[in-house]
Design a protein around this ligand. Sequence first.
Ligand code: CP
Length: 312
Amino acid sequence: MPTIQELSTPHLLGIKYLSEDDIQLILETTDNFKEVLNRPIKKVPSLRDLTIANLFFENSTRTKLSFELAEKRLSADVINFAASSSSVSKGETLIDTVNNILAMKVDMVVMRHPAPGAAHFLAKNINANIINAGDGTHEHPTQALLDAYSIREKMGDLIGKKVVIVGDILHSRVALSNIFCLQKLGATVKVCGPPTLIPKYVTTLGVTVEHDIRKALAWCDVANLLRIQLERQTVKYFPSLREYALFYGVNKKMLDELDKKIVIMHPGPINRGVEVTSEVADSEHSIILSQVENGVAVRMAVLYLLATKRGK
Ligand code: CP
């Protein structure tokens, strides 16, 4: 149970900056909004006086739609901005773009941006609550919160649970946010992947490293399989996707060989047949679609809690 009634911060820039109590408060508040989403009328008036801008400078399906739905379920007014069809292509700076949007009386900004630190930069320079919806290879805090919520929902608690994060750790904001979040909630975290995709500093974050996927699966209660981020890989980190799939792709035979049933997660989008076979992704082991479902309630909780910090 959280011992606090409000978040310690007016922004959600990364899990690194949240306390365990902050995270517990978000998860408990998510329980309430999940109940709302299961009602015939899935809408509450909590944010009806607020206008929220969703600024996506990078592609997204789940995060963008999930934030937009969360905002609408909370009765906020919503405006959406896609960099590809905006005046950014005419040379406008990030601060000018956002200040022009804020001049239209926007209260909160949700932003995805390819540059690590972009959300911090905005929070320092813009007078609005900022929510980081993924900044380059840095953090993706709402993904980690929905992942933690989904494990808690499936397994009851995170204390003492063993979670392995598999794949492209080097380029993954999901990995970093998950490492911070899971550890703050009492889980033990291991990372697994080819040596070229595991950054050397990772052990300084308190995680262990395993390069053998079968050993990693035998150790864990939960395996979170990350997408290979080819769009961020400027050099080759492994010979081919086929080779990656052969060594690190999770298939049904691997799960059948275990003497226990583990939970399979993936933040999406999935490269079917690369990180995981369709047979596993669509199996009873998988909670991938529960993660997506929980994302709306988690984002409602984050928006609601940050809205109570407005002007403080
Ligand atoms: N998990 C995730 O961030 O997916 P999108 O890139 O589709 O938002």
